[in-house]
Design a protein around this ligand. Sequence first.
Ligand code: SF4
Length: 451
Amino acid sequence: MSRTSSSRPVKNGNPPCSTAPSNILPRPRVRAGSNPRGALVRANKRSGSVRFCRSEQQPSGSIPGTVASGPSTNATTVPIPADHLSSRGSFALPNNAEGRKLTDLLELLADEFFEIAARTVKEAGEPSYRMDQLRRWLYERTPQAFSDMEGLPLSLRDHLAERFVLHPLDYDLDMLSEDGTRKFLWQREQGNDAGRIESVLIPEGDRVTYCISTQAGCPVKCTFCATGYGGFSGNLSTAEIIDQVVQIRMRTSLVPTNLVFMGMGEPLLNFDGLLRALSIMTDSRQLGFGSRRITVSTVGIPERIRQLSRAFPQVKLALSLHAVDQGLRDELVPLNLKYPLDEVLDAVREHCDVTGKKVTFEYVILPGVNDSADDAKAVASKVRGIPASINLIGFNPFDEAPYRKPALKSMLVFRDELDGSFAGEVTLRRSRGEDIQGACGQLSLKNRPAT
Ligand code: SF4
């Protein structure tokens, strides 16, 4: 039986417009003027208990999954922890009515799936070819429930429903923007930590991008990010990460051309879940998605950037930069206190060396905070020599944030200033889905239950 709630409306079909205009804005050559930096809101005035400190200090709060800080490790000696691709994670398995443990099928790596599927098919007294039928249903046809798996005997469908969970996420609602962006809100199953999570579908020309979450909320608490203001209730299981892809495809019939880990949470703080999800996404026996069309976005954890480069060298890396001044980045991205930008950039350089790929720097423009001509020159100077492109995006305001929306003219000035100093490509991205709380975390923040 599917775990998707049957009591909630399910919006199938009606794919959103897939011909949204390019998000690359025109490039008039306007030169920058001065732009004094305004007063900043201190991160330590924020609610919540997590605090970060410099690497020689101990953090005063705990962050699940945070790696110990230490000296940079040479890229040639970074081991991939042996248990990353073998552990099943620590998520709580839900029980069925008889109290029997149910297994999330989407949690399983390919070898695990075949092992369990072979045993299950044999138990049910069915021939072994049913195993491949089940595999195709699971990864290629994405049914809503086991009962939808036509071609499998009814007795086998019942047998599966008694033992496995098909969709660990309950659909809650979705919102369609006038620009075609579609945002989904999911409710996590009981048995896991409570919390709602978001995913976003972004159609743009021939591209269909799914933006996927890895955590319920986020412990990093960046001051410009709605997710950071919504609290943190835990890492997603691998099945919950994969189910976002599966259910968006099931509900929209829009096959993704790109997958980006830019939703709620810091992916490298859910490293086991991320690595397992990448394996399931890219294994040709499972989702079979091309590694080159997957992007992992991080605020920067040096050791895990190195490990990711080794484990999935074809996967693209995006670094959320937002500032290069140590003090300012400490304010905007509190994890910078534990992992200073210089150490992060060392790991990024190694990533480029190991993978032969360039990196993308993401930079949210905060008026009066990080958008002066001096800021642009400092950014270009800091990342010089790293094969990279820079994506700029204007801050998308929400009630809790202490920043205002930047004017288009000032963003273009900043872009041109940066473009004049930086050798790589600089692109000003159009903010998507503003009418549906399109920025990461805004929808769940707005729809969270009253406490
Ligand atoms: S920007 Fe990313 S790391 Fe920072 S609070 Fe938001 S989700 Fe977390």
